[in-house]
Design a binder for this molecule. Structure first.
Ligand SMILES: Cc1cc2nc3c(=O)[nH]c(=O)nc-3n(C[C@H](O)[C@H](O)[C@H](O)COP(=O)(O)O)c2cc1C
Length: 208
């Protein structure tokens, strides 16, 4: 069983990467092979809107790294996408990547039946996390993936994907900030649940 995490942060190894790694570590504990991909490491050209993918499962752009990423996605049983919230949305890096997967969807959903999960990290408390999460989740569903959330049977308090924030609390009337997602214990617990739920769903579907 393979689970692939794809990070749309412009900052490698930071909050979103930590969250994705928490998903993967838990999935690995449950028996999965895992890989974290940082989109900043890859050259992904913008979609040309040539529409070749309307009729063929093919992209006209061949001279960038999208082919390598597509191979990784096609080989995975589960794909978890993570993005920081930029302007209540996913990052430009993540959106550019999403656009370039159109050929895997238009003629035929090549990722159909795989298991999907979503992770976001934001600066603010109501900074658009749910918008960004919904965009990732909508993408995964449109690509034919089966979406898994952070809920578990023992405690039904979680819903949707995993969301972190830098907001901490009010201390003497001033907003205090977390130093990083490692201080957001709830977000990290959500990530671990997502990892467990992805493995469980992959097994339930008989993919592994
Ligand atoms: C261009 C830009 C736009 C941002 N827009 C938002 C926003 O709309 N809402 C929010 O809560 N945080 C926003 N942030 C803060 C990031 O979401 C936050 O710093 C996040 O932790 C970055 O994740 P990373 O550590 O994985 O890079 C923005 C940051 C940048 C650089």
């Amino acid at each position: 069983m393979n689970i692939l995490a794809i990070n749309g942060s412009h900052r490698k190894g930071k909050n979103t990467a930590v969250m994705l790694q928490a998903v993967l570590d838990e999935a690995a504990r449950a028996g999965a092979e895992t890989e974290l991909v940082e989109l900043t490491d890859y050259n992904i050209k913008p979609c040309l809107a040539c529409n070749r993918c309307l009729g063929k499962t093919e992209c006209s752009i061949k001279d960038d790294d999208m082919g390598v990423l597509a191979e990784k996605m096609l080989a995975a049983d589960g794909i978890v996408l993570g993005s920081p919230v930029y302007w209540s949305n996913v990052t430009g890096l993540m959106k550019n990547f999403i656009d370039r997967t159109r050929w895997m969807h238009m003629a035929r959903n090549l990722l159909h039946g795989k298991v999907g999960g979503a992770v976001t990290h934001a600066g603010l408390r109501n900074g658009g996390q749910e918008h960004a999460l919904a965009i990732i989740e909508r993408f995964l569903v449109a690509q034919g993936l089966i979406l898994v959330d952070t809920r578990d049977q023992e405690s039904g308090i979680c819903n949707g994907g995993a969301m972190g924030t830098m907001f901490n609390n009010l201390e003497e009337g001033k907003i205090s900030w977390k130093r990083g997602v490692h201080e957001d214990l709830l977000a990290l617990e959500e990530c671990r649940r997502l990892g467990r739920n992805m493995v469980e769903m992959i097994k339930r579907l008989g993919r592994a």
